[in-house]
Design a protein around this ligand. Structure first.
Ligand code: KG4
Ligand code: ZN
Length: 330
């Protein structure tokens, strides 16, 4: 079965073809980062219009890469939500229009399920069950995953997501959008301990997170600087911020691993690309004797491959999950 995946929830247009027998056949992505950068964040109207421009050329690109015909597609999976309404509408209309034209069934996929399953696209995927830390721009969640569709939410952020904290703190430091990779790069040059930030909810007995106070702490430190902040100061603040955030994420993962007794931890979502987080998790996993799995770097942030894959897994489990009723909700 070959599934076409269409992702358009935010500022990336991603299309991909996943074959349940041969694996990922092709994927193509257009990132709108350069377009949104001058505004310091995603402009929803511009995002929707750009998805309209990009979707069809990206479809042609994956068809060519996979060397298949459109009639070879068995089903079309599109990101149903959550995301920007206009941006989601583009992907949903495209998928349903194409489905209708080809007489192929369509199915809406939850964006977070796409992220959650993206590590399974790796060459050495984890087996079920596992604990998953889902850290993206909009969400921070710990889940227990027992199989496709068998997800139990263990904890989540009570306010800002980890990626949001990265982006907002980076903005305060004058770094371009998206701030996550930028602040991470800068932190490499910072001195550990020069700025110590709070570790929100580190000792709460649950698996929830809270990151909005961390961003406020960064703002306070910046405001309290009497002289102009020099580059080294910025790097030191970035380092303090990243260390605090990573400490909390790692501690909560450890608690989830301990409480569940499971031996596999899976990281998914854009912040999963963060090198300080990966280093800290790898170190702790080696010590506590559990395995950590990450998606390929290119599949940490939004992409069509994870939507094609999640759609294919859903269909494998339940062929009736896709429909030829082409009305849709986003
Ligand atoms: O998963 P994603 O592409 O989109 C959402 O579904 O939200 O995640 C985007 C988020 C942004 O906040 C971005 O700053 C963050 O992931 N991010 C990173 C890194 N790469 C992307 N944060 C920290 N370090 C990175 N290397
Ligand atoms: Zn995402």
């Amino acid at each position: 079965m070959i599934v076409l995946g269409v992702e358009s929830s935010c500022d990336e247009t991603g299309l991909a073809l996943y074959d349940t027998q041969r694996g990922l056949l092709a994927h193509a992505l257009h990132s709108q980062i350069a377009m949104h950068r001058e505004y310091g964040g995603v402009v929803p109207e511009l995002a929707s219009r750009d998805h309209v421009r990009r979707t069809l050329p990206l479809l042609n690109e994956v068809m060519q890469k996979a060397t298949i015909q459109k009639q070879d597609i068995d089903a079309i999976a599109y990101t149903q939500g959550p995301g920007l309404a206009g941006a989601l509408l583009v992907g949903a209309s495209f998928a349903c229009g194409l489905g209708m034209a080809l007489n192929k069934p369509v199915l809406g996929v939850h964006h977070l399920e796409g992220h959650l399953l993206s590590p399974l696209l790796a060459s050495q995927p984890p087996e079920f069950p596992f604990i998953a830390l889902l850290v993206s721009g909009g969400h921070t969640q710990l889940m227990r995953v027992d199989g496709i569709g068998a997800y139990q939410l263990l904890g989540e952020t009570l306010d800002d997501a980890a990626g949001e904290a990265f982006d907002k703190s980076a903005k305060l430091l004058g770094l371009p959008y998206p701030g996550g990779p930028e602040i991470s790069r800068l932190a490499e040059f910072g001195n550990p301990g020069d700025f110590t930030f709070p570790r929100p909810m580190l000792h709460s007995k649950d698996l929830n997170f809270s990151f909005s106070g961390l961003k406020t702490a960064v703002l306070t430190v910046i405001k309290n600087q009497t002289a102009n902040i020099c580059e080294q100061n910025k790097a030191d603040i970035a380092r303090g911020f990243v260390d605090a955030l990573v400490d909390v994420l790692v501690a909560k993962c450890l608690t989830a691993m301990k409480e569940s007794g499971l031996k596999r931890l899976v990281i998914a979502g854009g912040v999963g690309a963060n090198r300080q987080l990966r280093a800290a998790l790898n170190a702790v996993a080696a010590k506590r004797r559990f395995q950590v799995y990450y998606p390929e770097l290119e599949f940490c942030t939004d992409n069509g491959a994870m939507i094609a894959f999640a759609g294919a897994m859903r269909l494998k489990k339940n062929p009736a999950a896709a429909t030829r009723d082409y009305g849709f909700n986003v």
